[in-house]
Design a binder for this molecule. Structure first.
Ligand code: SF4
Length: 165
């Protein structure tokens, strides 16, 4: 039978960030929803990152906790605690490779992860790859509209990305 999992060896660290742990401790008591972005380095990943930021910091800061994906995946501390224990979890994915939700599942094996592809909420020039191919102002406009569409449940029909199957 085909093995559908990769087994990785992840170096542990004793290092910690007090500000991050304080944030997580407070968020666990006061917020309902973990907001994760795939945080990719291409245009799609950057749009996902910005949409996650807009949701958590502008749309519903009382309920949404913006998750630091690297910390949640690599350390068993506050951020992981949030993706395991907040009532809801939303992962904004830049493309169908879905790195964010696959990472989350590795440490938070829950069945209620809401996976949201940015192509359902915003449109952009799908021929672009690097962030140097688009202005920050344009990226911000796309992400702001995308966050707005997501928050107001407006799904759009956009041309599919040609880069990810
Ligand atoms: S989901 Fe797509 S855009 Fe996001 S990190 Fe993975 S490959 Fe990059």
């Amino acid at each position: 039978m085909e093995n559908k999992f990769e087994v990785l060896q992840l170096e542990k660290t004793e290092a910690t960030c007090r500000l991050c742990e304080d944030f997580a401790e407070n968020a666990l008591k006061s917020k309902t929803t973990a907001i994760v972005g795939c945080d990719g380095a291409c245009v799609q990943g950057e749009i996902a990152r910005r949409i996650a930021n807009h949701l958590a910091y502008n749309k519903n800061p009382d309920e949404y906790a913006r998750i630091c994906l690297g910390s949640a995946i690599t350390k068993d501390t506050g951020q992981r605690n949030l993706i395991r224990n907040l009532k809801n979890i939303v992962v904004i994915e830049g493309c169908s490779v879905k790195c964010g939700s696959r990472l989350v599942k590795a440490v938070a094996p829950r069945t209620d992860i809401k996976v949201e592809l940015i192509s359902s909420y915003c449109d952009w020039d799908k021929s672009l790859f690097g962030m140097n191919e688009i202005s920050h102002a344009e990226l911000e406009k796309i992400a702001t509209e995308g966050a707005d569409n997501y928050y107001n449940k407006r799904v759009i029909t956009a041309e599919k990305s040609s880069c990810c199957g």
